[in-house]
Design a protein around this ligand. Structure first.
Ligand SMILES: [Fe+2]
Length: 396
């Protein structure tokens, strides 16, 4: 390979680079609408520009002229092909260091970044698996030769391999609720590993796969000694939403509590009724958990929510102070806040829910398309505070 030939880079590399201080310009060649809807985000800001592929086709020289000469360029497109084309044009025009993303933005959407949550000296390992393309977090708990996973994404081979590297196999896969915003990996995980799927049945009535129902107060253990995983029914985001305290130290909170807000209770079409449940969950069920419990949410809305180790985790005590969802004194004030801070749920969510109930099978290409984009699972995830409740009701 000559020094000027464009090269492929992976989504995992991209995340590693933008987790530091990248020395390149990221060039996104998708169209403006696609770019506005969903773009690459990392822990800090970096130079990121959008010149659509179409512009390069229309006027190559003018488009190239918009990119500062002498810079390192990393290109993103939808699938890979148009980024490769633009990369070749740039290298032909004298750019010396040009890469294009393998698998395009779809690959970005599936990448997982593990972060060790538990102290290195702890007798078990708890990892947060951050999915930066979806702003979602799943979790992996390893004790001895066994592992349990919570809310896995479709990229199940990553979890399986990661556990294997630590000498463990996945024996259970928990769902905090039936997801609407991404295709869960639990069904595939069970097929590949024989892991038991653990769910609260309210969200999975009539589901077309075998599952083990968890009930409020259940405790699930590893076969040898190890951390105890408890189930607490925390309805509101969905009626089957369940949170899982681990050893009374961590709380896998799913989409019930996030760092700055709470999960949206309107996805089932019963916004008022479910927001009452969510309000009662926060004021009643969560009340008995200690301030020192470390909350690990299923989503984040911005990297500002990560702690200094790049982990989305905070103590319940801190969240009680700073999370707006804990500061709404009555169910009506809570419901008003929710209504005022929602965006319409994407139409695809109804289809994703069917996939996650096992009622609809889709091939990889369809799944890739359905899984695109950042989540919309929280109230006020995107700073919609201030938009009137009336306006938002239209989109409910
Ligand atoms: Fe959700």
């Amino acid at each position: 390979m000559s020094s000027t030939a464009p090269f492929l880079y992976t989504a995992a590399q991209l995340f590693a680079w933008i987790s530091g201080k990248p020395d390149f310009i990221l060039l996104d060649v998708r169209n403006e609408k696609e770019f506005a809807n969903w773009y690459v985000e990392g822990p800090s800001l970096f130079p990121y520009i959008n010149i659509p592929y179409f512009n390069f086709m229309e006027d190559l020289q003018e488009s190239i002229g918009m990119i500062p000469a002498g810079q390192k360029i990393r290109i993103v497109c939808a699938k890979e092909g148009s980024a490769k084309y633009v990369a070749e044009q740039l290298t032909s025009s004298g750019f010396a260091d040009v890469g294009y993303l393998q698998g395009g933005i779809v690959a970005w959407g599936n990448v997982l970044a593990p972060r060790l949550v538990s102290p290195p000296e702890a007798p078990y390992s708890l990892y947060q698996m951050i999915r930066p393309g979806k702003a979602a977090c799943s979790h992996l708990l390893i004790s001895g030769k066994e592992a349990m996973v919570f809310d896995p994404s479709r990229n199940v081979d990553f979890y399986i391999r990661f556990a294997e590297e630590k000498g463990a196999r996945i024996i259970r896969t928990f769902e905090t609720h039936r997801q609407a915003d991404y295709i869960s990996g639990s069904i595939r995980m069970a097929e590949k590993t024989g892991a038991a799927i653990m769910v609260k049945k309210e969200d999975f009535l009539g589901a077309d796969f075998v599952f083990t129902a968890v009930e409020d107060g259940d405790v699930v253990s590893f076969s040898q000694s190890g951390p105890r995983v408890k189930a607490i029914h925390t309805p509101g985001h969905t009626m089957g939403s369940t949170s899982y305290p681990i050893d009374d130290k961590y709380l896998i909170s799913g989409d019930t509590i996030f760092i700055n807000t709470a999960g949206r209770p309107d996805l089932g079409g019963k916004s008022e009724e479910w927001s009452r449940y969510l309000y009662l969950t926060l004021t009643l069920k969560i009340r008995d958990l200690g301030d020192e419990v470390l909350v690990l949410p299923g989503h984040y809305s911005s990297w500002d929510e990560a702690n200094s180790d790049g982990i989305f985790m905070d103590t319940l005590g801190d969240l009680r102070q700073k999370n707006v969802a804990f500061h709404l004194p009555t169910e009506h004030k809570f419901a008003d806040f929710i209504k005022a801070n929602l965006r319409p749920q994407p139409g695809i969510y109804a289809t994703i829910r069917r996939v996650n109930g096992g009622w609809l099978q889709v091939d990889e290409a369809e799944a890739d398309v359905m899984d695109l984009g950042k989540n919309e699972c929280g109230a006020s995830n995107y700073g919609k505070i201030g938009v009137s409740a009336e306006k938002n009701r239209e989109g409910d």
